[in-house]
Design a protein around this ligand. Structure first.
Ligand code: SF4
Ligand code: SF4
Length: 254
């Protein structure tokens, strides 16, 4: 029995990795040549993703096209992938480098489009995936160089919570006061998934060469419109579900 090398996607889908193009099955449509009419005629969407056939610059455009096609074919009798061994083969992946972050982000984006059938579920998956990536970058690594409970920016202050604090408006007395964020856990982790906070980097981190922009994340860049991107960046101190609710409300043209 020949063992297949696969990439598991969510909801039972998977991609088969082809290392030798001689073994490439004849079926499947190149992702860079997706035509709705052909897919509807075939009554099946089976993908071929050959990373040598298109450049990183085309990723966003190809994903938008795949998203559009998925929306249309979901309302028809067209099948997505083909059933194999209790799972669903979505297609083949060729010239794939598992250490290439851009390629992996492209696969995650395909997963978001194919494995999730509603916009809300797609947004939740994207949001969680990006949050987990950013957490992996910070948690347990002392990126902010905390020493004796102070980060360098707050070294000469009484604050021991880094930048997890914000102004709270009051009806009486001075208009506002600076308070520790109500979502900060006792172990100094964040109790809510707030992507805006996680994307924030102060001048100290930027000097260290750490800066996150929305356009650096294919999942954020390809799926959200400019207004949504603004919300993602600036809706700080806010739990995930509240942010997603807002993103849903302004999801036109995305
Ligand atoms: S981002 Fe900057 S201000 Fe916030 S905890 Fe890290 S070093 Fe301190
Ligand atoms: S919501 Fe933002 S400010 Fe509050 S604990 Fe989480 S990361 Fe810190």
């Amino acid at each position: 029995m020949i063992l297949k090398t696969i990439i598991d996607l969510d909801n039972n889908y998977y991609l088969e990795i082809i290392t030798n193009t001689i073994d490439l099955p004849a079926d499947g449509i190149d992702i860079e040549n997706l035509k709705l009419i052909n897919i509807l005629k075939e009554k099946r969407l089976l993908l071929k993703v050959n990373f040598n056939n298109f450049s990183k610059k085309q990723y966003k455009k190809l994903l938008k096209r795949l998203l559009f096609i998925k929306k249309i074919i979901s309302k028809s009798k067209t099948k997505i992938g083909k059933s194999e061994d209790l799972k669903i083969l979505l297609g083949y992946i060729i010239n794939y480098d598992e250490n290439n972050k851009e390629q992996n982000d492209f696969v995650l984006a395909i997963n978001a489009i194919i494995a999730y059938n509603t916009r809300y579920k797609q947004y939740r998956y994207i949001y969680d995936t990006v949050c987990n990536y950013l957490d992996g970058h910070f948690y347990g690594k002392n990126v902010c160089d905390f020493k004796d409970n102070h980060c360098p920016v707050t070294a000469n202050t009484s604050t021991i919570t880094g930048c997890c604090k914000h102004f709270k408006y009051r009806w009486l007395g001075p208009l506002s006061k600076l308070v520790v964020c109500e979502h900060l856990n006792k172990d100094y982790t964040c109790g809510v998934k707030c992507i805006g906070c996680k994307l924030y980097t102060c001048h100290y981190l930027e000097k260290k060469g750490i800066k996150f922009r929305i356009k650096d994340f294919l999942l954020l860049d390809a799926f959200f419109n400019p207004l949504q991107k603004y919300v993602i960046k600036y809706m700080v101190y806010t739990p995930r579900d509240k942010v997603i609710k807002r993103l849903m409300k302004i999801s036109f043209f995305s």
